[in-house]
Ligand binder design. Structure first.
Ligand SMILES: NC(=O)c1ccc[n+]([C@@H]2O[C@H](COP(=O)([O-])OP(=O)(O)OC[C@H]3O[C@@H](n4cnc5c(N)ncnc54)[C@H](OP(=O)(O)O)[C@@H]3O)[C@@H](O)[C@H]2O)c1
Length: 281
């Protein structure tokens, strides 16, 4: 189920979405450099809605290429900020590069995880620390900076891209699951604390998506969603939901894992599922 880079579905405007109110304003999307990634799918849909974009990613050349594509295709302003979200100065560099642009929509989407999916104790400690820096502190920095600005203005939306493994557990990708659980915990508390402030928070609890080439070939293919379809559901749910599991198979999967099974049984079964999908023994 590999989508060719450069091939994107033609986009329809969203019929109902809070983001329509932000037309002509700015959205900031992290992790937006990969042509087949979810971040770029967010950026494309937002550009189609007429939002200008601040795009952040560690992949410098790809980010410049994506930004140029969006300017040409949609005629919006795009500021690309290549930076490492694991760097504590990243948040100040983004602010400096965007020179006072008022962010109406923040999409925290970037993620670092090693591709060889080591077990918790087999992953070097510096890689654990780097993951926490990028995926936990990096999200916190963005949310703290732009969330405070939005709260002062009484307007804005924050989308936190997490994963179902943050609600269950994920043997063989344990650090990833723990980072995703952090994002969910922060996002749900933020949603509650900002009720009535004019700032919406939506936690996306993603399932498998077609963004990783052939990495998910061993998983049941009906579990895998197309990123552009996920993006449409997420952007339509802002202001209406506090958490969204964008695809039906994943909703059923999570219902089974989090409501119908004991916690221990759920960890056992997801461990076996992961072992099969990732070819671990
Ligand atoms: N794909 C799925 O099945 C799935 C399922 C559930 C949730 N999600 C979540 O959805 C989001 C997007 O996933 P995706 O599949 O589209 O992944 P992706 O294409 O790998 O997107 C993540 C982007 O973040 C970049 N990045 C990594 N480290 C960074 C850093 N230190 N600073 C700034 N940018 C950095 C990545 O660059 P590199 O390529 O160089 O790392 C990549 O361009 C992630 O939060 C992921 O956890 C994905």
């Amino acid at each position: 189920m590999v989508r060719a880079a450069g091939h994107h579905p033609s986009l329809r405007r969203l019929r109902k979405s809070r983001v329509r109110e932000y037309r002509g304003g700015w959205a900031l999307v992290t992790g937006a450099a990969r042509d087949v990634g979810l971040g770029y799918a967010f950026a494309r849909q937002l550009a189609a809605e007429g939002l200008n974009l601040i795009l952040v990613d560690i992949l410098d050349d790809e980010l410049a290429a994506r930004s140029a594509e969006l300017r040409t295709e949609f005629g919006v302003d795009v500021i690309s900020v290549p930076c490492d979200m694991g760097d504590p100065d990243a948040i100040d560099r983004i602010a400096a590069a965007t020179d006072g642009a008022q962010v109406d929509l923040l999409v925290c989407n970037h993620m670092f995880t090693p591709s060889d999916t080591p077990r918790v104790l087999d992953m070097p400690l510096d890689v654990h620390r780097r993951m926490i820096d990028i995926n936990a502190r990096g999200y916190t920095d963005l949310i703290h900076r732009y969330g405070n600005q939005m709260r002062s203005r009484g307007r804005g939306s924050i989308v936190i891209v997490s994963s179902g493994v943050g609600l269950t557990s994920s043997p063989f990708t344990g650090a990833y699951g723990a980072n995703k659980a952090f994002q969910i915990g922060l996002g749900e508390a933020l949603w509650f604390e900002l009720l009535g402030s004019g700032v919406d928070v939506l936690v996306m609890v993603g399932g498998l998506m077609n963004t990783q080439g052939d990495l998910f070939d061993a998983y049941p293919q009906w579990l895998i969603s197309e990123p552009h379809a996920v993006v449409r559901r997420v952007l339509s749910a802002i202001g209406r939901k506090h958490m969204l599991v964008p695809s039906l198979p994943n909703r059923l999967f999570l219902l089974l894992q989090t409501r119908l099974m004991s916690r221990r049984r759920a960890v056992m079964s997801i461990g076996q599922f992961q072992a099969k999908g990732l070819g671990k023994s």
